[in-house]
Design a protein around this ligand. Structure first.
Ligand code: FMN
Length: 459
């Protein structure tokens, strides 16, 4: 059995990931605008043995026909959502080992600013920062907010490629490792011949210039990716080191992992250069009955309106306008087609009704995988799931913070350790990349970024 990687899923929003859990007494996510909430949670996760705290993020909110969906506001679904990059330094100062992974969209952000932000944070965190690269959920409302036309789905990935190439060029290609000399006697802070301009000219984005920050422990942050459309998988296979997978169904997850690994090998990257983490709910307690009771309480709080709001957030499609008990029709969206395709399988003739899709979103959330039981029971389910999917770990999704994580630490983690699925000691390595991939702090030679290190041009 392999040692699983554990991330704690969060958004800077009052809810967990199923229903309107902000209403559950004791849910500290309602304090998402208090810095103490995040530093306290960071410490707790580090003590509990989590590898990293992950912040999902999006500027987009649930919108139909140009208007925010009222349920989104009454139930705090995806709005409000604060900017997670702002808490990284505070969490880093409160912790020693915990990785911190933040989502930034290549569609709305500009590469030189992303490079500078994550480059700075790699210093402040001493090599514990990761970037979840997304082309963005909820694109329609996000594009309107930025006053830009919505870019078509696959074009967003083409743009992501330009975006990442510029970032990688700045991180990897601009400064030599020994360019920073800080020699006060000689009056030389940095050697001009060790710093060079990096050029990139792409179809969507171009850049020429010197990076403003000397090399950090990882140089490039750990590169994570979420998005499982064909274009998304192809992008992940070539660039990502850790890939987030959702979808619920174990066979679907296995197929996606096999496909991305195959694409990665075709791109010249070693099969073990990538790790796959599945977004999942763990409903754990001292006994199976207690856990099932907790699960029932959790589902009872969630409604079909909330499910429709979530579906609209990821796809832009209003399922409430369709007949509930008819099979899902063919739907096309430029927003998140993989979330639509997940419920459509014309090949097998299996097609869920609109109501079934909504019920599934209501009960299981966007990512779909749920484990319920006492510690040993969940450890058995996890072992079978990992066996079937070849997943390398999980993003533990909160229902109620910190209870979900505490339950995981109290009931699930000990059973996983007994079953040989979690390390018994702190993972070795100083940086996030080294801890999770075990091959040093910098991107490996098999990554396309390695070629950028050889790019040289006069300033
Ligand atoms: C565990 C997990 C976390 C994700 N987090 C985000 C996120 O924070 N922001 C975002 O825009 N998309 C996120 N996504 C990806 C979206 O679900 C969506 O698939 C993607 O933005 C659109 O790409 P696609 O069409 O290639 O799937 C996440 C996916 C998974 C499985």
């Amino acid at each position: 059995m392999k040692d699983l990687i554990l991330g704690a899923f969060q958004t800077m929003n009052p809810n967990g990931t199923i229903g309107a859990s902000w209403r559950v007494p004791g849910n500290t996510d309602v304090r998402y605008l208090d810095l103490d909430h995040w530093t306290g949670l960071g410490k707790r996760l580090e003590e509990g043995g989590f590898d990293f705290l992950f912040f999902a993020d999006s500027y987009g909110y649930p919108m139909i026909d140009g208007e925010v969906i009222p349920t989104a506001l009454t139930d705090a679904m995806y709005i409000p959502m604060a900017d997670p990059i702002t808490v990284v330094s505070a969490v880093a100062a409160a912790t020693e080992r915990l990785g911190i992974v933040v989502t930034s969209s290549t569609t709305v952000e500009r590469p030189a600013s992303v490079a500078r932000r994550y480059g700075t944070l790699d210093h402040f965190t001493r090599g514990r920062i990761g970037w979840n690269i997304v082309t963005g959920a909820a694109q329609a409302s996000s594009a309107e907010l930025f006053g830009e036309p919505m870019i078509a789905h696959d074009e967003r990935y083409a743009q992501a490629e330009d975006h990442l190439a510029i970032c990688l060029g700045l991180w990897e290609g601009s400064w030599d490792d020994d360019a920073l000399v800080e020699d006060a006697d000689a009056g030389v802070y940095a050697r001009p011949d060790g710093v060079r301009a990096v050029r990139y000219a792409g179809r969507h984005l171009s850049s020429r210039g010197v990076f403003g920050i000397p090399p950090s422990p990882q140089r490039s942050p750990l590169l994570l990716q979420a998005g499982t459309s064909v274009a998304g998988r192809d992008f992940a296979a070539r660039y990502a080191e850790v890939i987030f997978i959702g979808g619920g169904d174990a066979d679907l997850i296995r197929d996606q992992i096999v496909d991305i690994r195959r694409r990665a090998e075709a791109a010249g990257r070693g099969a073990d250069a990538l790790r796959f983490l599945v977004g999942a709910h763990f409903v754990a307690a001292a006994t199976t009955e207690e856990a099932e009771h907790k699960r029932a309480e959790m589902v009872a709080l969630a409604t079909l309106e909330q499910a429709a709001t979530t579906y609209a957030w990821v796809t832009g499609i209003d399922l409430t306008a369709l007949p509930l008990d008819e099979p899902m029709p063919d739907l096309r969206t430029e927003q998140g087609q993989s979330s639509v395709d997940r419920f459509m399988d014309p090949a097998s003739g299996r097609r869920k009704t609109v109501r079934q899709v909504l019920e599934e979103y209501r009960d299981n959330g966007i990512n779909g995988t749920v484990f319920v039981g006492d510690g040993p029971g969940i450890a058995d389910q996890v072992a079978a799931f990992v066996d079937q999917t070849d997943a390398d770990g999980f993003l533990v999704q909160p229902h109620v913070t910190p209870q979900t994580y505490d339950d995981f630490v109290d009931w699930v983690a000990p059973a996983l350790r007994v079953a040989g699925m979690l390390p018994t000691d702190v993972r070795p390595g100083v940086t996030l990349r080294d801890r999770l991939l075990g091959a040093g702090s910098r991107l490996p030679a098999s990554h396309p970024a390695a070629a950028l290190r050889r790019v040289r041009s006069a300033v």
